[in-house]
Every structure is written in structure tokens, then in C-alpha cells.
Design a protein around this ligand. Structure first.
Ligand SMILES: Cc1cc2nc3c(=O)[nH]c(=O)nc-3n(C[C@H](O)[C@H](O)[C@H](O)COP(=O)(O)O)c2cc1C
Length: 180
């Protein structure tokens, strides 16, 4: 089994695409193929000591799911099913997609939902990311002056995605026991 599990929600496919970009950087022993949270189970998540969770922000600053008018269930419905997973001893990094121009007042807000859920359950959360290089008015996902995970904006800053991923993955490498 791979050491790192990567799970995502996605409405129009961009978060899936980024998940694949991340996986491409690693072999199969290191990272499993990305899994959509609408096609998995809590037991699958619980298998991993190292996890990456990816989410877009949809609706009014929401996780993807039926409340955000997604066609299928997603993080909104899946997250509560993880309530009994023991995250103590697990290391988790979060990335979030958003649109800082169209949604400047709630940029990548949904990351905070994953962050709070994991924090309450004792996970070690790594991968906080500086807000430099983004222009937005407000984000719930900023804690102590940093995003709680990697913020990506494929709507306005697509060309920065690869380099942001490289830098972010380097920043979490030691916590994930990765050689980068
Ligand atoms: C209806 C709708 C609502 C959105 N709301 C937000 C938002 O509140 N904050 C934000 O940063 N981005 C928002 N976005 C932008 C998406 O997060 C962004 O386009 C993302 O890349 C979509 O990812 P996906 O293709 O994986 O679904 C919204 C997009 C749509 C279509």
C-alpha cells in the first residue's frame, strides 16, 4: 500500500486535475492514486498515516456538496462519515482551489472546514501557506496570517500552479517523510 493517501472533492474537475498533478510527482509506493470522496469510505481514509485533502470552495464559501448545488455528494456529505476516524498520529496537508477575483470576500474559505474538523480530532496539520502573491479581501481559511493549506487559483493564476505545488510539497516533505 502507498504511504500517502490523497482525497479530493471537485465539481468541475479542477481539484481532480490538481490532485493528479500532485500524484504525478511521486511513485506508486509513495502516493496512492487520487480518490474522489464521493467514491470512497472512511475506512479507506483511515488506512493512511499521511494524507492530503483537496477541496474547491463553492456556493457561498462552502465545501462542495449538495448544499453548494453540486451534481453529486462531496466533502459536505463525506466529512461527517470521518467522525469516528482517529486522526491522532495522522499527518494531513490541505489544499484548496478558489477564485480570488470572483469571490474575493470568501477566497478558499472551504479549507477552514477541513482544517477545523481535523484539528478537533487531533490530526497534525501541516502545509500552512503564505498569503503573499494573492489579492483578496477576506478568507476564513487564513489563521495566524497564513492560509491553513495551499491556496490555488486556477481561474486567475493558473500559470503559478506548478511552482506553487513544488514549493508547497517541499515545505511538507519532512513532515511526510519525503525525499524532495
Ligand atoms: C457557484 C460557484 C461558487 C463559487 N464560490 C467560491 C467561493 O466562495 N470562494 C472561492 O474562493 N471560490 C469560489 N468559486 C470558484 C471555485 O472554487 C473554483 O472555480 C475552483 O477551481 C473549482 O474547482 P472544481 O473544478 O474542482 O470544482 C466558486 C465557483 C462557482 C462556480
Amino acid at each position: 500500500m502507498a504511504r500517502i493517501g490523497i482525497f479530493f472533492g471537485s465539481n468541475t474537475g479542477k481539484t481532480r486535475k490538481v490532485s493528479k498533478m500532485i500524484k504525478k510527482r511521486f511513485d506508486d509506493d509513495t502516493m496512492a492514486d487520487p480518490v474522489n470522496v464521493n467514491r470512497t469510505s472512511a475506512a479507506d481514509v483511515a488506512k493512511y498515516q499521511y494524507l492530503i485533502f483537496g477541496t474547491p470552495t463553492l456556493g457561498d464559501g462552502l465545501l462542495p456538496g449538495l448544499s453548494a448545488d453540486c451534481e453529486s455528494e462531496s466533502w459536505e456529505e463525506f466529512l461527517p462519515t470521518l467522525a469516528d476516524v482517529d486522526f491522532a498520529g495522522k499527518t494531513v496537508a490541505i489544499f484548496g482551489l478558489g477564485d480570488q477575483v470572483g469571490y474575493a470576500h470568501e477566497f478558499v474559505d472551504a479549507m477552514i472546514e477541513l482544517y477545523n474538523f481535523l484539528k478537533e480530532r487531533g490530526a497534525t496539520i501541516v502545509g500552512a501557506w503564505p498569503t503573499d502573491g494573492y489579492e483578496f479581501d477576506h478568507s476564513e481559511a487564513v489563521v495566524d496570517g497564513k492560509f491553513v493549506g495551499l491556496a490555488l487559483d486556477l481561474d486567475n493564476q493558473s500559470a503559478l500552479t506548478e511552482q506553487r505545488l513544488d514549493a508547497w510539497l517541499k515545505s511538507i516533505a519532512s513532515a511526510f517523510d519525503l525525499n524532495l
